[in-house]
Every structure is written in structure tokens, then in C-alpha cells.
Design a protein around this ligand. Sequence first.
Ligand code: IPM
Ligand code: MG
Length: 369
Amino acid sequence: MSNAKQVVFIGGEGIGPEVIAETQRVLRWLVAERRLGIEIRDALYGAEAWRRTGKTVPDETAAALRSSDAILFGATGGPDYDALPPEAKRQGNLLRIRKSLDLFANLRPIVAIPALAEASSLRNRVLEGVDFVILRELSSGLYFGEPRGIESLPNGERRGVNTHVYTSGEIRRVARFGFELARSRRRRLCSVDKANVMEAGRLWREEVQALHDAEFADVELSHMLVDNCAMQLIRAPRQFDVLLTDNMFGDILSDAAAMITGSLGMLPSASLGPVGADGRRPALYEPVHGSAPDIAGQGIANPLGAILSLALALRLTLGEPGAADRLERAVSSALATGVRTRDIMQEGATPVGTRDMGDAVLRALERAA
Ligand code: IPM
Ligand code: MG
């Protein structure tokens, strides 16, 4: 039996296939050059899969999702996805994958990249030394709570309903993940909630505090209301180490935090499930940017969010932390040569497209080899 780790690449919709193609090139280079025990395959998903197989998640893809060690996912959404019939959408959407693999821990590292300081709307002195992780609960809360739906009322009005709901178990498992993560970093965790208004927020705060007191007293814990957190993220982001949020708040705060790196296009993410009986944990890696339909198919999307997601996969799932470090350094050194996709463009830099940026990272890897 082969010990090789299985990595499945899913381009998905919008700019997904473009950024995933570059990411796969980078992994193929690392595998060849470093003889890594990694097997690569592609899987169809979403609108493209529907056109070719009549299913948004073909059986082969479903099997690959279950059996792979890591999934590298591009993006989903946009006009192609919107045009799908409702039953196809129900079958193939990112939220469904997250739920079915129980991907409860979503990591979004926010690190200021000095070479990109100009691309950020924030001042240099605010950005300097910023290095934290948003840990977003990804499998529950407002995104999945029942009841949900749009109903017609007797008076002719319509009513939209979603439910913000968390159990103590759901809160504790993501909080535990956060405290353990904090122990591997600067031992500080800030938990975000809306405990002044919402019961689910009050429970969130109580459970995080109780777990801390029982098992993680060595980690410095603070609680912050989400509205204040939005301000603190752009006022003084250096204060954060691990930022623990629920599903909805993490979605919003991570877009705001993206400005610290200069562009949403730079942000990688890892979504992890619980460790199974076989010792493996489901793991999906994807750039945070989404499908960006306005620039899809033009070859101008920034592939670095996806490439940095591969670095996370190498570190967290594929047992190749050295390769992860090398890849992150290669991204910095590619940027240092002055190449920029449109989203991070600055005066005097060389404008490049998706493929050229992939080339720049490969050249940086070669230089360092
Ligand atoms: C994200 C995205 C998704 C989310 C969308 C595409 C459903 O915005 O991963 O942040 O809201 O979780
Ligand atoms: Mg989002």
C-alpha cells in the first residue's frame, strides 16, 4: 500500500479554476523537486460538473472528497452557479461540503506582508508586525440554524427567517481548537461575541470562559463584542494573536482583516474537521476571495491566496512543514521582484496576470533550491 498522501484539486467556478491551476503547478514542482510522497488528482465540481455529468457533485468527486487527505478548493458562486436549477444548487454548494465533512475549524491567518504595505488602505505603522489567526466556527450558527426560510404571511407580507444557534458542545470544540492553537503561538486568545444582545452570544462567552478556566488557564483569554472588534481590527490589529469567532462574525471580520494584507486576493484558509477513528481529519484549503465573476476567465486573478492555502495544507495536513516555509518565503520573494496582479498593484510595480504570478513563485522556488 502506498503511503502517499492524496490531494484533490477542485477548481469550481469563477476564477477558481485559474488560481487552482497555478497552485497545482506549484505543488507538482515541489513534489518533483523534493520527491514528496503526494499524489495529485482533479475533481469536477459545480456548474462545470453539472454541464458535463448532470451532477454538481459527481460520484467520483464525492468519493474523492471523502478519501483524500487534503482538498484544494478554488471557489464557488457567480452567474454559472446562479443559473443552475435549485436541486443542483442544493447538491453542490460549498456550505454543503463544509457541513458534510463537519469542517468546524476555519483558520484564516492574517499576516502583514511588508512588500504589500502600499496596497493596503491602512497606514504602515498600523500594519507593522501584524500576525494573527482568525479561527472561525464553520459548521453551525446562523449559516445552518433551523428554522430558516422565506414564508408568506396571511397579510400578504413575506417573512425571512434564520436562526443563530449554538450548542455548548459546538462552542467548546472550536474553543478548544483555539486554545491549543494559542499555545503554539503567543498564548493569547480573544473571543468575539454579541453577548450584550444575543443569548447564543452569552452562551458562547460562558462556555469559552468555562473551558479556559478548567483547562487552559495558561492562555490569556479576553472577550470582545463584535462591533468593537470590527473597529479594533483596523485601529490596532497588532493586539491580536488568535481571534475566535462564530460563523457569521468570522465571515464579516475576515473580509475587513484582509485589508491588512493589502488584498482579499492574498488570504489563504484551512477548514478542518474532527479527527476520525483512523487518525485523519478532513481538511479543505481554499483562498478566502471567492469566485470574483467580474474578472473570471481573464487570466488576471491573483493566485497567491490559493498558493498560500497550499502552504497551509503542506504544514497542517501533508506533514511537510519545511516545504510550507519554503513556499511562503517564495511568495514573499516573488513579490519582492516587483510583480503585482491588479488587486495589489502599486506605482512602479510590474503588472502581471495569474499565470505570470505562478511563474514568479516557481522561479523564486528555483532560486532558493
Ligand atoms: C467565505 C465566503 C463564503 C461564506 C460564501 C462564499 C458562502 O464568503 O468563505 O468567507 O460566507 O462563508
Ligand atoms: Mg466571506
